[in-house]
Design a protein around this ligand. Structure first.
Ligand SMILES: NC(=O)c1ccc[n+]([C@@H]2O[C@H](COP(=O)([O-])OP(=O)(O)OC[C@H]3O[C@@H](n4cnc5c(N)ncnc54)[C@H](OP(=O)(O)O)[C@@H]3O)[C@@H](O)[C@H]2O)c1
Length: 353
């Protein structure tokens, strides 16, 4: 009798995969399409026909400078965010079936609990990523996506969404009626804005562009501060909160905006340290940290359980992401070049459909 796995292997050996490979720190010109034959998924794995993959700022860091806080292979399949349809499951997989619509978990081995070094393998980094037509992942490294989202929309959520979710709910959980401060209109901040409003919180948002005020309001921002026109934006945040400050701050600016975040946070609030987008003078006086009893919490995206919780909230509230532009798979290099220019407003997505 032929074992189920052998049958699967026979079928799968027919699958010819096309994937884009890139070299760390060598720029978008290093992208090239490679054709390969896929092995059968192992007993605990699923085979996914990838439908869409989305960009995050990490893609810029990895391909341009190679300076990234986590390990990245020298040559790799890029992009952490990807979604698709399961077309085969290994013999021991009982929680997924062919036809399921799923998203990859950015850290496929981080299921829950505190981050540990052993979980640091990240798709599009130390592990090959989602810029591929087919992908084999551990079944524990995927989650179902909300029914109301298209594949392009669902691809927008994993990295940026899970990071925002972890920031707001993974530590001192946001409560209804509290105030969240988001910085800028990037992927993480827009997700945090959506989640905070869905949770019944008030959101004060900042942006460098008055043209984006309407967009922020459309996504639910209660007040918007232009941080170019009001460089001392922490004063405006304090004024808008009766001198108390924001309960949660989504700190995507990094060292250069941290001094203002420390001044803008509520005395026992939380600053989630997420990114390093801001240029300018970094925190030069560490004693400023002693002026607050707030928690400063470093965020490394999030784990699978965060992603499942986030997806439940996205589904119940019928949330949808802001999509800037969708490129076909064959134009992945053009998509990279477009994303690297930084002129997007919303998520840039590669579609395999
Ligand atoms: N720790 C983690 O796990 C994690 C996960 C995801 C992302 N990140 C990091 O978080 C940061 C944001 O990522 P993303 O994907 O959301 O990036 P993104 O979509 O590229 O964000 C771009 C936006 O950042 C805003 N921005 C730039 N400089 C700013 C400043 N000085 N103050 C406030 N906003 C500023 C701008 O908003 P306006 O145009 O409105 O001014 C810009 O449109 C990056 O540094 C990224 O590496 C970290």
């Amino acid at each position: 009798m032929i074992a189920e796995r052998d049958l699967l292997k026979k079928e799968m050996s027919e699958i010819i995969n096309k994937a884009f490979w890139a070299d760390k720190a060598k720029g978008a010109d290093s992208l090239r399409m490679v054709t390969e034959t896929l092995p059968a998924p192992g007993s605990q794995e699923v085979l996914i026909q990838v439908k869409a993959a989305a960009f995050n700022y990490r893609e810029v860091m990895i391909i341009e400078s190679g300076v990234y806080p986590l390990p990245v292979k020298d040559t790799f399949i890029p992009m952490a965010d990807g979604v698709g349809e399961i077309i085969a499951v290994g013999s021991a997989v009982s929680n997924f079936k062919a036809g399921d619509r799923v998203a990859a978990v950015m850290f496929p081995y981080w299921q829950s609990g505190p981050f540990q070094a052993e979980f640091s393998g990240q798709l599009g980094g130390a592990l090959d990523g989602m810029l591929t037509e087919y992908k084999i992942l551990p079944a524990a490294g995927v989650v179902l996506i909300p029914d109301h989202l298209s594949y392009v929309e669902a691809a927008a959520y994993p990295c940026a969404g899970v990071t925002a979710w972890n920031a707001l709910f993974g530590g001192a959980a946001l409560l209804p009626g509290q105030t969240v401060l988001t910085l800028g209109t990037g992927g993480v901040s827009m997700m945090a804005l959506q989640f905070a409003r869905a949770a019944g919180a008030r959101v004060i948002a900042t942006t460098s562009s008055s043209e984006k005020i309407g967009l922020l309001q459309q996504f639910g921002a209660d007040e918007v501060i232009n941080y170019k026109e009001q460089p001392a934006w922490h004063i405006a945040v304090k004024a808008l909160t009766n001198g108390k400050g924001a309960d949660h701050i989504i700190e995507v600016g990094g060292a250069a905006t941290l001094p203002q975040s420390i001044r803008a946070v509520q005395a026992t609030g939380q600053i989630s340290m997420i990114g390093s987008m801001a240029t300018g003078d970094p925190l030069s006086n560490p004693n400023l940290l002693l002026t607050t009893a707030a928690t400063i919490r470093a965020i490394a995206a999030g784990h699978r359980q965060h992603q499942q919780q986030m997806n439940s909230a996205v589904a119940v509230n019928k949330l949808r992401p802001l999509i800037d532009r969708v490129f076909p798979f064959t134009d992945a290099k053009e998509a990279y070049q477009y994303y690297l220019k930084g002129q997007y407003q919303g998520k840039v997505v590669v579609s395999m459909e």
